[in-house]
Ligand binder design. Sequence first.
Ligand code: SF4
Length: 359
Amino acid sequence: MVPSAYVHIPFCDSICAYCDFVRIQKNEQFFSSWKEKLIQEIQEYKISNLHTLYFGGGTPSVLSLDDFASIRNCFPKDIDEFTVECNPESLDEEKLASYVSLGVNRISLGVQSFNDDLLKVCRRRHTSNQAKNVIRWIQESGIHNFSIDLIFGLPNQTMEDVKIDISTFLSLDIPHLSIYSLQIEENSIFGKTGVEPCDPDLEADMFEYITKTLEAAGYIHYEISSFCKPGYYSKHNLAYWQDKDFYGFGCGASGRLDGIRYDNTTSLKQYCLKGPCSTYIPEPLSERGMDAIMMALRTKFGLNIREWNLKYQNDFKNHYATVLDTYREYFCFEGECIYLNDAGLEILNTILVDFMMIE
Ligand code: SF4
């Protein structure tokens, strides 16, 4: 059984300055054929069992309730974790109540900052107060499991701004945080208008402050960008990090079946005319094994060496002996698992490059 499914909803009300995801301003011209093709694509798999379902985007909360329900109803009724990504300006109490009745039990809310000036710089359409209201509505809706996204390293953002964002987050009793440093993507508005990236030392100080403050407040830093209260891990994202298969549905989605990754077309026009036009990515077993290492070492759960050896027909400890020796102070072993300590997570990319250098 494939345990997880991701559905990509590529529409947004407007385009944020930092974003280069596959998204398009909501467009009536394409919408009905997009929906028809998406439903066809999902129904072809006749899914009768699913552990996690994730509607991401784009902005899934821009869908009308009827459209949302017709896509959701292509999946089984009982799903352990069903997450919907939402933006504050397109979520209200009525929509939340309908989501609950359709089995949604986790929300991921794109807050990005509680500072109105920075929200404007990012071209977000909501204000800090709107986000706080929506957080309260989520809490009142009975959805106890929810997450917000924040970004740090924004243009002219100071350490003081970050401290205010984190103390606001803590004051709102939110069980999960995903936090990202701003990346200036070439095809984003920031990239095209010459916005400079944050000073790397300041960015590192910000991340250290965030990590220490959240851990002191009882949050578990369980993945490089993810913090949660005990028990509030994102089960869906853990499926990616723990090397599981997942369906990817919709224009711009990616999936993995029988260990083989595939990408659907990113052209909305092509999707509406011909469906997903999936491209399968043939990777030798060794590359798939490397992918599994890269994902697993992002998390505090790390990599199960015995399972990896069996799956990828290799001997992890022998094969990567030089990397394990070079970075021995950063690796921890527990039972059959290897994981990185906090200092190791800070240099994760450097360590992964050395893993990749081994043939
Ligand atoms: S950041 Fe999210 S809401 Fe903003 S344009 Fe990108 S996908 Fe849409």
